[in-house]
Ligand binder design. Structure first.
Ligand SMILES: NC(=O)c1ccc[n+]([C@@H]2O[C@H](COP(=O)([O-])OP(=O)(O)OC[C@H]3O[C@@H](n4cnc5c(N)ncnc54)[C@H](OP(=O)(O)O)[C@@H]3O)[C@@H](O)[C@H]2O)c1
Length: 298
């Protein structure tokens, strides 16, 4: 690998690649190359060439050229195209290539990609954790696999924000998806709560009241309190949640999340949580471990 600054190749040249390339150029990269199928077909004068030039990028006609003239290859194709693209470029990879798959993909596809590469290059599973068009090079990446730290060390001096999150390929992509369980699920809970509040004409009051709780407590403490508290008090909370459900029914409000909460509390009782945890533990680990053990045994 070049010791001064790495030669950068982008596999895929869409919205994310264009914005990142512009910022990489500003950060001092020169001679950035990119390959996409439409880029390979584009004739001189095609707007795609103009867009590439504006971002400091030269479009190449083959993946072989991209591989030959790059030290680090960042994959920015749609998720479903990442494995087909890898199959096409694989025979041109060198053991000193850093091959960073930044497509949105499942953990199992990242594992497949890592297995397909084997020792042909250094594979990194990299998940983009925010909007590239808004954040550019500052968009946080979660990276995993044995070469994730090398990716971080190589690219943070240019302004990238790379958080190494696991030792195995797939961990970074799993983290992005698992995070969505909370973020998207929270949106569902908020919608159900706010709908009920609006039906009762106390929407602003409920927002204000809930905000006091959430604004005042650091999120790590919220996780600890809510997970630990549920293990200890799941039995009596079933009663309270049944009353919530009744109220939602009376108002004709949506109730999917509340029914789910009752089902979750019943599960926790069946798993014997109130017997195992008579007071809130210091960390959530024993609760989560007990939950996994009970679920795996069932
Ligand atoms: N944009 C964001 O803010 C953002 C945020 C988080 C994650 N991501 C992820 O980053 C990746 C890229 O996103 P994007 O928004 O830039 O997508 P995009 O605008 O759809 O661009 C995808 C690029 O990949 C190329 N491509 C498709 N199949 C290919 C193949 N087999 N070989 C080579 N190139 C191929 C496409 O061109 P051709 O079809 O002409 O080949 C196009 O240049 C996606 O996986 C996305 O989920 C993006």
């Amino acid at each position: 690998m070049n010791t001064s600054h790495p030669r950068l190749g982008l596999l895929g040249f869409g919205e994310a690649a264009r914005r990142l390339a512009r910022d990489f150029t500003q950060a001092g990269f020169t001679g950035i190359l990119a390959y996409s199928r439409s880029g390979a077909r584009a004739q001189p004068g095609d707007p795609l060439h103009q867009r590439a030039r504006a971002a400091g990028v030269t479009l190449v006609k083959t993946v072989g050229t991209l591989a030959k003239k790059s030290d680090i290859i960042i994959v920015l194709t749609p998720g479903k195209s990442a494995l087909p693209a890898l199959k096409k470029i694989r025979k041109y990879l060198r053991p000193d290539h850093l091959y960073v798959d930044a497509s949105s993909n499942s953990a199992s596809n990242m594992e497949k990609a890592a297995a397909l590469i084997g020792n042909a290059a250094k594979f990194v599973d990299a998940s983009i954790m925010g909007p590239v068009d808004l954040m550019g090079i500052k968009v946080p990446f979660a990276a995993s696999g044995p070469h994730a730290a090398a990716f971080r060390d190589l690219m943070t001096p240019y302004g990238m924000v790379i958080n190494v999150v696991g030792v195995n390929p797939g961990d970074a992509s799993a983290m992005k998806l698992i995070r969505s369980v909370l973020m998207k699920g929270l949106a569902g809970l908020l919608l159900e709560t706010m709908e009920a509040a609006r039906r009762r004409n106390i929407l602003d009051e409920v927002i204000e009241d809930c905000s006091v709780t959430f604004n005042d407590i650091p999120f790590q403490k919220i996780i600890k309190r809510y997970v630990g508290g549920t293990a200890v008090h799941c039995e009596r909370r079933i009663h309270e949640m049944k009353e919530c459900l009744e109220l939602l029914h009376e108002m004709g409000s949506s109730d999917r999340n509340t029914r789910n909460t009752i089902a979750m509390l019943r599960d926790m009782v069946k798993m014997g949580m109130p017997v195992k945890f008579t007071s809130e533990p210091d960390t959530i680990h024993p609760v989560i471990d007990a939950l996994i053990a009970a679920r795996d045994k069932a």
